[in-house]
Design a binder for this molecule. Sequence first.
Ligand code: AP5
Length: 192
Amino acid sequence: MRMLFMGPPGAGKGTQAALVADHFSVVHLSTGDIFRASVAAGTELGVTAKRYMDAGEYVPDSVTNAMVRARLGESDVIRGFLLDGYPRTVDQVAELDDILTDLGTKLDGVVVLQVDLEELITRLLERARTSGRTDDTEDVIRHRQQVYAEQTAPLLALYTERGLVFEVDGRGTVDEVAERIWGAIAPTADES
Ligand code: AP5
């Protein structure tokens, strides 16, 4: 299984990708999580990433693409992977296409979670009370939504043209959304 999880900040990409990855015993690869781990470890990558993350901006494509290429070259992704939060730009889509060609494989699908803006803001403000994420302030949360709308939402048309998109209503409980995802991807997952 090789899938992307896409959707605006707070849509539940991380929550749902973790459940699906666990079920299929494939790697859950979240670029946001890798950046946060790098920040915590104080690596050069972390120092670079933190400047952009704290502002709610995307980390430069050159940095992000190199990181994903390296990670997808590791042996544990052979069984499959779920990419959560990548690609987010036109350049990242092109890089992922190249990586997949180099690996001799292709995507099975793109799960797109849809949640309205006010619910997204509510969820992230709620998380802000406990997460310690420096990008979960109201201003940055709203800016992240704007960056997503401008740079990432237009990419969905491209994956739709390729016939890969499963649009899923991301509202309701975590279990309800998981059920919908399962219903959408089960036929594809059975084939892979
Ligand atoms: P990233 O960590 O990916 O953050 P994000 O895209 O802003 O997404 P979130 O983690 O906020 O939300 P999510 O959709 O994963 O939802 P989640 O399951 O967590 O990226 C952070 C930053 O890293 C970016 O801003 C950028 O700077 C950088 N970055 C990352 N990838 C990059 C890339 N490809 N290129 C360049 N830069 C990149 O859920 C959110 C909250 O809602 C949680 O509290 C959760 O418990 C709750 N929740 C989930 N589902 C439900 C539900 N059904 N009902 C109620 N609450 C729910």
